[in-house]
Design a protein around this ligand. Structure first.
Ligand SMILES: NC(=O)C1=CN([C@@H]2O[C@H](COP(=O)(O)OP(=O)(O)OC[C@H]3O[C@@H](n4cnc5c(N)ncnc54)[C@H](OP(=O)(O)O)[C@@H]3O)[C@@H](O)[C@H]2O)[C@@H](O)CC1
Ligand SMILES: Nc1ncnc2c1ncn2[C@@H]1O[C@H](COP(=O)(O)OP(=O)(O)OP(=O)(O)O)[C@@H](O)[C@H]1O
Ligand SMILES: [Mg+2]
Length: 376
């Protein structure tokens, strides 16, 4: 069955839209309801009507991403001071993974944030610093191996020092990204749980990705009922969340309904379910971003996304203070982040084809945003 979708011109030119999610049963049921309301299936006029109705149903799910990007991206105003375009902190980076926090933090800067911090383990810090002088890197976190042999009392003391140090910075941030390259060390995750609790008490928005999702899937109360939490699961991470929260398996035929129930059940957090199409829900609405990005699935693209969502949701929150927008700023941030990543991935692939890497996509973030929101 052919279904037309309302993809805006700029993105439509990027390639054919991949819309399998939109053919979900929710959309089909809505189409059938509208068709029935308009008087049945049988004749040729109705065939045309059905096509129209399908288009309508499609557009309700597909976000007008280009407009969202235009609405929330701030103009470059010479009267603004350093920091006003966004201060982001990534909590991640351990002995194994130094790329992921770098990708998230540098993407935030490339999109237009003023300052980007990384809070990582002591061993990871010099490595991440060496990737870029632009990032402010804090060698703060400890893994079990680095404190082995210490008494429990000493371990608790170190953990509380880490928290005190982080608290000095926290209120300055517009958004935290918790999880890219964090690893799964139990001591480190316990410290990060405390950081998340403090951030929540201070109403700082939190994007949870990668190993941060492993942490919150085990301890849902960390984010449950917090409307400024955004979860960005990939296929695996989503499966684990659905099994834990809804005690069922992922059902692609009912993807939008399942996502909405999941977001609602976790108390109205926003979830960006990554895949062929990205689906976004805050438990109230579901939106999709489904135009085609790139066929390369190199690691690190999700990290670009988490850093991007952090910036866009901060901008959407700032905008909301001046213009009353009906849509949740966390949902707007997800739509914008997903759209920009896909556009940048498509541009990078045009140039690099099979050799496209995450760093190539990061280099295309600026031009991709420029095409939609020129800096003048
Ligand atoms: N350069 C760096 O430093 C980077 C570091 N990163 C950091 O790594 C940490 C762990 O994150 P993660 O994503 O590797 O863990 P997880 O989700 O358990 O996946 C593991 C395995 O699941 C599978 N799999 C994945 N997707 C699938 C799919 N769509 N459909 C089906 N299967 C799928 C696949 O298994 P395989 O096919 O190899 O058997 C995959 O290998 C985290 O901190 C993250 O931030 C990354 O950001 C990358 C860049
Ligand atoms: N099959 C696909 N087709 C097109 N785009 C996809 C596909 N799978 C994922 N993407 C897009 O790539 C981006 C990253 O998603 P992905 O599932 O690779 O995240 P991830 O596994 O967390 O990545 P990372 O390697 O950074 O951890 C998302 O915007 C998503 O929409
Ligand atoms: Mg990931």
């Amino acid at each position: 069955m052919l279904i037309k979708y309302g993809v805006s011109a700029g993105f439509a030119s990027l390639g054919s839209a991949k819309n399998c999610m939109l053919a979900s049963s929710a959309v089909l049921r809505r189409q059938q309801f509208l068709i029935r309301s308009l008087g049945g299936y049988s004749d040729h006029t109705n065939q045309e009507r059905m096509q129209e109705i399908r288009s309508m149903s499609g557009t309700t799910l597909e976000a007008d991403a280009e407009n969202v990007l235009r609405e929330i991206t701030p103009v470059l105003d010479p009267t603004r001071h350093k920091g006003q375009a966004g201060k982001i902190a990534v909590i991640g980076g351990c002995r194994e993974y130094t790329g992921a926090p770098y990708f998230a933090a540098i993407s935030a800067l490339k999109i237009g944030a003023d300052l980007s911090h990384v809070f990582c383990t002591k061993d990871a810090a010099p490595v991440i610093k060496s990737y870029s002088p632009e990032l402010i890197v804090h060698p703060l976190l400890e893994e079990s191996y680095s404190i082995s042999g210490l008494e429990d009392e000493e371990k608790r003391h170190i953990s509380s020092k880490i928290l005190t140090e982080f608290d000095k910075w926290m209120k300055r941030f517009d958004c935290l990204v918790v999880g890219p390259g964090l690893g799964r060390d139990p001591y480190l995750l316990e410290c990060v749980s405390k950081i998340v609790k403090h951030a929540r008490q201070s109403n700082v928005p939190i994007v949870i990705d990668g190993d941060g999702l492993f942490l919150v899937t085990e301890s849902l109360d960390l984010v449950s009922g917090y409307p400024l939490a955004v979860l960005t699961p990939n296929v695996n991470e989503y499966k684990r969340l659905v099994q834990k929260v809804l005690s069922c398996e992922v059902n692609e035929q009912q993807a939008p309904e399942l996502l909405k129930s999941l977001a609602k059940r976790i108390g109205g957090v926003t979830i960006l379910q990554k895949g062929k199409s990205d689906l976004i829900s805050d438990g109230e609405i579901v939106k999709s971003v489904s135009f085609y990005g790139s066929p390369r699935r190199c690691g690190g693209q999700g990290d670009i996304l988490s850093g991007s969502v952090a910036v866009f949701l901060s901008w959407a929150r700032t905008k909301r203070k001046s213009v009353d927008s009906p849509m949740n700023p966390t949902v707007l941030g997800c739509i914008a982040g997903s759209a920009l990543l896909r556009k940048a991935a498509s541009l990078a692939f045009e140039n690099k084809k099979r050799s496209t890497l995450t760093t190539d996509i990061i280099e295309c973030l600026g031009r991709s945003l420029e095409d939609i929101c020129p800096a003048r």
